[in-house]
Design a protein around this ligand. Structure first.
Ligand code: PMP
Length: 411
């Protein structure tokens, strides 16, 4: 049935069939050892080769410079909400002791660009930990209380890069729930004030669009992504980080007597131990490595993925735009529409308000054609079709034809 199914889930989501076949073999008998990969010691030479190959293929795919480390962490994207801030604050405390001594009782500020549900969660977590988290912008305030636009940098409120130096600027490149993505080529780093750009570490959550277009690694201090969309099975979260910022003893950098970083979150521990500080999620790392090799060797690398992502998303948005208002995009600003998660509502002809019974009918109609997991996130409703790397252009064509037929019947 698999070859008749189009899985448009938002994550965990479709993975390439050839990769899963190889992974299935590898967990039964890895390379003729008589043992499955996940039955071996994580400290064995065999697994070491697996993790090193995954890292080196990822380095090739994303052109990661040598002074950046690649860390395989656990805890999901959610754990990075705290890990990013805590690791950078520890560094900041060492690098800027003056700030720490002058601002007793408060951490250096961390600036957040909130463009959707995941950045809203990230700043909430930072505040919960007592971090001086500041809102650089909340896109809802620019769009009637809803996500769906990305205000220009000129409308953001950034911390003063000198006097009140921020420990980080945090953003999410693609907001999975809301279908909001920074327009290609990506986050507008060039629009930040020069002083700020030079001094403030930039942190990107790329959980749902990594490997779908190139990213300027050097312009960032941390790029992280959970695996379960474009990369592999859930379990591993990959962190690409500027080594010099984190090759410091985190216990030396505890600002104002604050809490220490939990050992599994401290990047230094992962750096020193080749991501084997404790037992890593072996299956997820192994399978992600197979996805990297497949993309690199068989699918034209990130450039191939970029072209396919453009073709797929343009085809679906075209149907939306030509549906006479039957499909209503939830993202108001056309340039911020996600290439990965296409979100829309369905309305009766001539109506402005979405009709949830029509949406239920659409989900059923998709399912009858083998198209699965298209229901929108429970917090926003509607429809979400996710066009991650493992979804082919042909599969997207099937979605397009189902949508066209559906709109035709309603008109
Ligand atoms: N960031 C983004 C952009 C996400 O899409 C998700 C989850 N889908 C997360 C963070 C949280 O990831 P996790 O569930 O792995 O903690």
């Amino acid at each position: 049935k698999r070859d008749q199914t189009v899985n448009l889930g938002a994550g965990p989501s479709a993975l390439p069939t050839d990769v899963l076949l190889e992974a299935a073999q590898g967990i039964l008998d890895f390379g003729g050892t008589g043992m499955g990969l996940i039955e071996l010691s994580h400290r064995s030479g065999t697994f070491k080769k697996v993790i090193e190959k995954a890292e080196s293929d990822l380095r090739s795919l994303l052109d990661i410079p040598d002074d950046y480390c690649v860390l395989f962490q656990q805890g999901g994207g959610t754990e990075q909400f705290s890990a990013t801030a805590l690791n950078l604050l520890a560094y900041h405390a060492i690098a800027n002791p003056d700030y720490v001594s002058k601002h007793k009782g408060s951490t250096p500020p961390c600036d957040y660009v909130v463009t959707g549900s995941w950045t809203a969660k990230a700043i909430k977590e930072a505040k919960r930990l007592g971090i001086n988290a500041r809102l650089a912008v909340d896109a809802r305030q620019h769009n009637d209380g809803k996500f769906g636009v990305i205000p220009p940098v000129s409308q953001w409120t950034l911390s003063d890069a000198k006097a009140d130096k921020s420990a980080m600027l945090y953003y999410c490149d693609n907001e999975t729930v809301d279908g909001v993505e920074f327009p290609s080529p990506g986050f507008p780093i060039q629009d930040l004030p020069e002083e700020y750009r030079k001094n403030v570490p930039i942190v990107a959550d790329c959980s749902s669009n990594i490997l779908s277009r190139p990213i300027d690694v050097r312009a960032h201090s941390i790029i992280f992504f959970g695996a379960q969309k474009n990369v592999g099975p859930s379990g591993v979260t990959i962190v690409i980080a500027r080594r010099s910022l984190f090759d410091v003893d985190p216990d030396q950098g505890v600002p104002n007597g604050g809490p220490r970083i939990p050992c599994t979150l401290a990047y230094k521990n992962a750096i020193d131990n080749g991501s084997l500080y404790n037992t890593p999620p072996m299956f997820s790392i192994y399978t992600s490595g197979l996805v990297f090799a497949d993309l690199l060797n068989n699918k034209g690398g990130v450039n191939g993925a970029t072209q396919r992502a453009k073709a797929k998303s343009e085809a679906v948005y075209k149907v939306i735009d030509e549906s006479d208002g039957i499909f209503k995009p939830t993202v108001k600003q056309a340039s911020a529409r996600s290439r990965m998660n296409v979100t829309f509502r369905i309305c009766q002809a001539g109506q402005d308000q979405p009709d949830s019974s029509l949406e239920d009918e659409f989900v059923k109609r998709c399912s009858a054609k083998g198209i699965e997991q298209v229901k929108g996130h429970r917090s926003v409703g509607g429809i979400r079709t996710s066009l991650y790397n493992a979804v082919s252009v042909e599969q997207t064509q099937l979605l397009v034809s189902v949508m066209q037929e559906f709109a035709q019947q309603i008109r």
